[in-house]
Design a protein around this ligand. Structure first.
Ligand code: UD1
Ligand code: MG
Length: 457
């Protein structure tokens, strides 16, 4: 049995530079809160317990994340990173090890952390450091003549000589819990910021002859923190770049990997192509050989094989069968299901509509709360009047029906199999199968009628 692992995530900092009413760790990155990214990496390590230290304004964290399986620990007031970890001490398993993460460092990879956990399980302190061209603001790693880590000096406490050091503390640390507890109990706040620094435990460990092993992330972006909206935007681009690279590696063609936004999960079959400026939200699945044109927003939807979404479509909560063509400029709303080979054209809105095999709704229509059969043709400008201001009703259009342009189907109403509606029909009663139904006034011509003329002055 390996030593039990407790992960402590620090998230009590005020996040002043975000200038926001929302706690910093709830700001979204790639569609989910910063802290959810940290939790996702943390959980891959299968810890016995995860403690999140939150502060002022963070009361909404348990509710927003919906995570009552985590140990939520309040830190009030916030007296520094050492003080923050002290709040979690009662929840640590003293026979095990403790990994400390930051809630505002979202892109840390589980692989990096796994190496640190391995080191700490052997009784060594694992400290994650990086070399930065510009180390401004970070704690500097001070090594001795034998190149061993001796301590960390915060930027604000550093001498000119120490400020020239490029190796910095990322804040991420993994060590035996009992030792951590002992050192934390001895912290003081005798420094420029008057805070209890977690970083001071490094000097204590070194003084006691403990082994400290600096570990390094594979890329610097893993340890970049979010302190401002500008840094948040920068990390968003890093994450989107990572997602785009992974998609291309899996065989997806991206016309421009820099112009793709995945805010959730995107699964693609073989030989899919995604044009520029598409946004994917929630869980989206594209079947083999599907093409998504430029400027589409697709959320929580599943597309079958060889589907073609033309530019400028908005698709949310929809299931789309094989060989369907949608758009350009179509809006598909939740509950919509399109069977194989359906065609949806420009300026068509569908809501909770189930459309059968090979049916066509090609221009300027609203079809909501409707069941449409196979091989139906719905003419331009057709509207299902599904709402009376209080209740919603269904429209049923059976197989092979033909709906003339500019018709209104006042639900609840049924168009029978193979029925034809004349253009401009306002259908208030069921249209019988196989017949022509129309509700148009007869056309007349008034012979000799003259247009009124303006009086000449
Ligand atoms: C800290 C480190 C510094 C390191 C840097 C990396 C210390 C003393 N310094 O500095 O060596 O280079 O991170 O980004 O640890 N937090 C709390 N409670 C508090 C204070 C902070 O939960 O009372 C949390 C914050 O929400 C944040 C993290 O701890 O997630 C780091 O706090 P921050 O104030 O950003 O520390 P730095 O001064 O940047
Ligand atoms: Mg910081």
């Amino acid at each position: 049995m390996s030593a039990p692992l407790t992960i402590v995530i620090l998230a009590a900092g005020k996040g002043t530079r975000m200038k926001s009413d929302l706690p910093k760790v709830l700001h979204p990155l790639a569609g989910k809160p910063l802290i959810s990214h940290v939790l996702a990496s943390a959980e891959q390590l299968k810890p016995e317990r995860v403690c999140v230290v939150y502060g002022h304004g963070g009361e909404i964290l348990p509710e927003v994340t919906g995570r009552d399986d985590l140990t939520w620990v309040r830190q009030e007031p916030q007296l520094g990173t050492g003080h923050a970890v002290q709040q979690a001490i009662p929840y640590l398993d003293m026979t095990g090890i403790c990994l400390i993460l930051y809630g505002d460092v979202p892109l840390i990879r589980a692989e990096t952390l796994r190496q640190m956990v391995l080191v700490a399980r052997q009784g060594t302190l694992a400290l994650l450091t990086v070399n930065l061209a510009d180390p401004t603001g970070y704690g500097r790693i001070i090594r001795d003549a034998g190149n061993q880590v001796r301590r960390i000096v915060e930027h604000k406490d550093a001498s000119a000589e120490q400020l020239a050091i490029n190796e910095v503390n990322t804040g991420i640390l993994c060590l035996p819990a009992a030792k951590l507890a002992g050192w934390l109990a001895r912290l003081d706040n005798d420094n420029t910021q008057g805070e209890y620094y977690l970083t001071d435990v490094i000097a204590m460990a070194a003084a006691e002859g403990e082994r400290i092993l600096p570990c390094h992330p594979a890329s610097d972006w893993e340890v970049m923190g979010v302190n401002s909206r500008s840094q948040l935007a920068e990390l968003e681009r890093h994450q989107q770049h990572n997602v785009a690279e992974a998609l291309m590696a899996a065989g997806v063609t991206l016309i421009d990997p820099a112009r793709l936004d995945v805010r959730g999960s995107l699964e693609c079959g073989r030989d899919c192509l995604i044009d520029v400026n598409c946004v994917f939200e929630g869980r989206v699945v594209l079947g083999d050989n599907s093409v998504v044109g430029a400027n589409c927003v697709i959320k929580d939807s599943e597309l079958g094989q060889a589907v073609e979404i033309k530019p400028f479509c908005h698709i949310d909560g929809v299931r789309i069968g094989a060989r369907v063509i949608v758009g350009p400029y179509a809006r598909l709303r939740p509950g919509t299901e399109l069977a194989e080979a359906v065609h949806i054209g420009n300026f068509v809105e569908l809501k909770n509509a189930q459309v059968g095999f090979n049916s066509k709704i090609n221009h300027l229509s609203y079809v909501g709360d409707a069941t449409v059969g196979r091989k139906v043709n719905i003419g331009a400008g057709t509207i299902t009047c599904n709402y009376d201001g209080a209740n919603k009703y269904r429209t049923v259009i059976e197989d092979e029906a033909f709906i003339g342009s500019d018709s209104q189907l006042v639900a609840p109403v049924t168009v029978g199999k193979g029925a034809t509606l004349g253009a401009g029909t306002t259908l208030t009663k069921d249209a019988p199968a196989g017949e022509l139904t129309l509700s148009r006034a007869r056309q007349t011509t008034i012979p000799g009628w003259k247009r009124p003329l303006k009086k000449t002055k």
